[in-house]
Design a protein around this ligand. Structure first.
Ligand SMILES: Cc1cc2nc3c(=O)[nH]c(=O)nc-3n(C[C@H](O)[C@H](O)[C@H](O)COP(=O)(O)O)c2cc1C
Length: 179
C-alpha cells in the first residue's frame, strides 16, 4: 500500500477481534512514531504501551468517547514533555498520525481517544485519571490514547468538507475554477 492509499483508506476502527498484537508489531509502530518530525527535532514525546486487559478497561472508563478501548488489543498512550519542547502537543499528534497510518498499512485498526483538552479542568481530570492508572509522572502531558487491534468492522468513509470550500488560491476568498 502506498502512502496516499494508506491516507485515504484510514478509518477510525472501534470494534476489534480478540487477537493479540505481537511485540514485534508494536515495536514497528513505535518506530514509526520515533521517526516522526518535531519542532526543532526536540522530540518531546514518550509512549506507554498498554496490553493488560485490566488497564485497558480502566482507561476505557476515562470519558464517554473512549469506551471502545476496552476491546482493543493494545493502547499506545501519547505523552508530551513541555520541559523538552514547546511543540509537545503537535509533536505528539504527528507521531500519533504516523502510528495510525502505519497501522493502516499493516491492516490494523486504530481509534483515537482524546485525553488532552483545551478546556483546562476537563483536561486535568482526564490526564490525572490516566496518570494514576499508569504511574505517569506529573511533568508529562497526556495527549491521547490510540486503541489498536485487528479490525472487526468496515466503517463507511465519513463526509469531508469539499476542497473548494476549504481552499483559497493566492488570497483568502479567491476560488479557482474546478477545484
Ligand atoms: C484530535 C482527535 C481527537 C479525537 N477524539 C476521539 C475520541 O475521544 N473518541 C473517539 O471515539 N474518536 C475520537 N477521534 C476520532 C474522530 O472522531 C474521527 O477521526 C472522525 O470522526 C473521522 O472519522 P475517521 O477517523 O473514520 O475518518 C478523534 C480524532 C482526532 C483527530
Amino acid at each position: 500500500m502506498d502512502v496516499l492509499e494508506a491516507i485515504c483508506s484510514r478509518r477510525s476502527i472501534k470494534k476489534f477481534k480478540d487477537d493479540r498484537i505481537g511485540a514485534d508489531v508494536l515495536s514497528s509502530l513505535l518506530e514509526a512514531a520515533r521517526v516522526a518530525p518535531s519542532g526543532g527535532n526536540k522530540q518531546p514525546r514518550e509512549y506507554v504501551v498498554v496490553t493488560e486487559r485490566d488497564s485497558l478497561e480502566q482507561l476505557a472508563a476515562c470519558h464517554p468517547f473512549s469506551r471502545w478501548l476496552s476491546g482493543a488489543s493494545a493502547g499506545l498512550v501519547l505523552l508530551g514533555d513541555p520541559a523538552v519542547g514547546a511543540y509537545w502537543l503537535e509533536d505528539a499528534c504527528v507521531a500519533g498520525q504516523n502510528i495510525w497510518l502505519a497501522c493502516t498499512g499493516m491492516g490494523l485498526g486504530v481509534a483515537w481517544s482524546a485525553i488532552f483538552q483545551q478546556e483546562p479542568v476537563e483536561s486535568a481530570r482526564r490526564e490525572g485519571y490516566v496518570r494514576g492508572i499508569l504511574g505517569i509522572p506529573d511533568r508529562f502531558r497526556v495527549v491521547a490514547i490510540l486503541g489498536i487491534g485487528l479490525p472487526d468492522e468496515v466503517p463507511v468513509p465519513k463526509e469531508r468538507r469539499a476542497l473548494s470550500e476549504v481552499t483559497h488560491w493566492e488570497k483568502f476568498g479567491l476560488k479557482q475554477a474546478g477545484v
